[in-house]
Design a protein around this ligand. Structure first.
Ligand code: ATP
Ligand code: ZN
Length: 225
C-alpha cells in the first residue's frame, strides 16, 4: 500500500515534455535524488516524488491512483478522456493548469497536389492518425464521413504507402509534412502541456501538498506569462 503523506508526480521520461517539465518543477523549488534506473526520483526538498514514464501512460496512472499529478499534452489527455467517455467509464482526471510549453496542433494534412475546397474534400477518404477520438469529434462537427486508420507512429508516410489518402497528425513547425509532400489544411485541436489531477479531490495529506505545489507553480507561471 502507498502511504499518502507524499505526492507522486508523473512526467515524460524522455521526449519533448521531459526537460520543460523538470525545469518547471525545479523552478517551483522541487529537488530530486535520481535513482539508478531513473524511473523513480525521490523528492529531497519536499515530500514530492517523480515517476518517469511514457506520456501516453500518464492519464491512466492518474485514473488508477498510481500517481497523484502529471504533466502531459492536452492532445493525449483529451483523446483518452474521449476514449473513456465512449466506453462508458466515468471522468477520472482533469487538467488543472495550462503550462505554456509543448505547444503543437493536431491538423489534417493532405497531399500537396490536392485542391482544398474545405473539409468536405475528406468525405469518403481514409485518414491515418494516432488520435481517432479527436479526429472523429472534429469530423462529426464538420458533417464529414471519413474512415480513420489508426497508426501509433509514422503517420506521415501512410499516404505514400497507400494506407490512407490523408493524415491527421501533430504539427509544430511543419517540417515533417513538407518532407512528406503533405500540406496542412485544417486544425483539429490546439494543444499545450497541462498539469493533470484526479477528478476527485484528495481526501488526505496530499491535499495540502498539492495546494502548496500549486501556489508555487502559479508563482512561477505568472512570472513567465
Ligand atoms: P513517449 O515515448 O513518451 O510515448 P512520444 O513519442 O509520444 O514519447 P513526444 O514526441 O516527445 O512523445 O511528444 C510528447 C508531446 O509533446 C506530444 O504528445 C505533444 O503534446 C507535444 N508536442 C509538441 N510539439 C510536438 C510535435 N511537433 N510533434 C509531436 N508532439 C509534439
Ligand atoms: Zn507517447
Amino acid at each position: 500500500m502507498r502511504t499518502h503523506d507524499r505526492l507522486r508526480i508523473a512526467i515524460q521520461k524522455s521526449g519533448r515534455l521531459s526537460d520543460p517539465a523538470r525545469d518547471l518543477l525545479a523552478r517551483a523549488g522541487l529537488g530530486f535524488r535520481e535513482s539508478r534506473d531513473r524511473l523513480f526520483c525521490y523528492g529531497e526538498s519536499l515530500p514530492i516524488d517523480l515517476l518517469l514514464v511514457r506520456d501516453d501512460d500518464i492519464p491512466g496512472l492518474i485514473a488508477e491512483g498510481t500517481c497523484d499529478l502529471g504533466v502531459v499534452g492536452q492532445n493525449v489527455l483529451e483523446e483518452q478522456a474521449l476514449e473513456r467517455e465512449a466506453s462508458g467509464q466515468p471522468e477520472a482526471f482533469r487538467a488543472i493548469r495550462e503550462l505554456g510549453f509543448g505547444r503543437c496542433r493536431l491538423s489534417v494534412a493532405v497531399p500537396n497536389d490536392w485542391d482544398w475546397p474545405g473539409p468536405a474534400r475528406l468525405e469518403g477518404t481514409r485518414l491515418a492518425t494516432s488520435y481517432p477520438q479527436l479526429l472523429a469529434r472534429w469530423l462529426r462537427n464538420q458533417g464529414v464521413t471519413a474512415e480513420p486508420v489508426v497508426l501509433s507512429g509514422s503517420v506521415e508516410i501512410a499516404p505514400r504507402l497507400g494506407k490512407a489518402e490523408a493524415i491527421c497528425d501533430l504539427v509544430s513547425t511543419g517540417a515533417t509534412l513538407l518532407a512528406n509532400q503533405l500540406k496542412e489544411t485544417a486544425v483539429v485541436f490546439e494543444s499545450q502541456a497541462v498539469l493533470v489531477a484526479p477528478a476527485q479531490p484528495f481526501g488526505d495529506a496530499r491535499a495540502e501538498l498539492a495546494a502548496m505545489l500549486l501556489r508555487r507553480l502559479d508563482a512561477v507561471l505568472s512570472v513567465r506569462a
